[in-house]
Write a protein that binds this ligand. Structure first.
Ligand code: SAM
Length: 253
């Protein structure tokens, strides 16, 4: 996998973000002090940073090593080989290349928030589904779920994880504009600048009203999301924080 590690002054990150997608980035991951942009091949980039190669197999092994069950709200997230005696609702995830084993703060906060907000038969969109973990959690709570991701590599993994959990979920390759609304609830674990960029589109995917759960937001970038969402008349219902990560829940009215 080819990764461009973008460093520098991130006050201009929103400009870089749009440029990186236009230049063919398949996904961006925000890390403290830098952004990793995933490309199918190396290209000439006039931006401050460096290329690194991530061997896919090493990531898979790294995920599998030392993996422990994770509790989040009414759920416990388990690898297929884990045993669990507790009462929690089990989500089984095969650790692989896709993000979403439940070990990240953002995934856990999103799962806990979903459990508070979902009612049976709601139409739910999981935007940036990765391993499918949030989509599976929503389906186990009785929702009708669509999971979407721009990375073609994760779709078969999400499908396999849904099968492991005996839930029916429709997974699509694409992004918000590829989903036919209306939906009742959107959960999106992306990053601050992308949430701000999508604020208007989030509003359009709902019918009369709806619930929007946004995470992947670093504390220092929270204001970017809040400004953009308020500008599109979303009302903040709940704010959670774990470490440097924030999860914001909005009502679309
Ligand atoms: N939903 C999982 C979770 O909460 O653990 C995975 C979240 S992971 C941080 C973000 C995912 O969003 C990645 O799988 C990435 O490919 C996808 N993604 C990034 N930009 C996207 C976009 N514009 N539209 C749809 N998916 C996107």
């Amino acid at each position: 996998m080819h990764v461009f590690r973008l460093r520098g002054d991130f006050t201009t990150l929103d400009v870089y973000t749009a440029a990186l997608f236009e230049l063919g980035a398949r996904g961006l991951e925000e890390k403290p002090g830098e952004v990793w942009a995933y490309f199918p091949e190396r290209i000439e980039l006039p931006l401050p940073g460096e290329w690194v190669e991530l061997p896919d197999t090493d990531w898979i092994e790294a995920y599998k090593r030392d993996l422990k069950p994770v509790q989040a709200g009414p759920f416990v997230v388990l690898a297929p080989w884990h045993q669990w005696e507790g009462e929690e609702q089990r989500i089984r995830i095969e650790p692989g290349m896709a993000f979403g084993t439940g070990h990240h703060e953002t995934t856990r906060m999103a799962l806990e928030t979903l459990a508070q907000r979902i009612e049976p038969d709601m139409r739910v969109l999981d935007l940036g589904t990765g391993s499918g973990i949030l989509a599976i959690g929503a389906a186990l709570l009785g929702a009708e779920v669509v999971g979407v991701d721009i990375d073609p590599a994760v779709i078969p993994q999400a499908q396999e994880n849904a099968r492991l959990n005996n839930v029916q979920i429709r997974f699509l390759l694409g992004s918000l504009e590829d989903v036919e609304g209306p939906v009742d609830l959107v959960v999106a674990n992306l990053f601050a600048e992308l949430h701000a960029y999508l604020a208007g589109s989030y509003r359009q995917i709902f019918g009369v009203c709806g619930t929007l759960i946004l995470t992947g937001i670093l504390l220092e970038r929270e204001h970017i999301v809040r400004q953009a969402l308020e500008a599109h008349s979303f009302g903040l219902l709940q704010r959670r924080q774990e470490g440097e990560w924030v999860c914001l829940t909005y009502a679309a009215v």
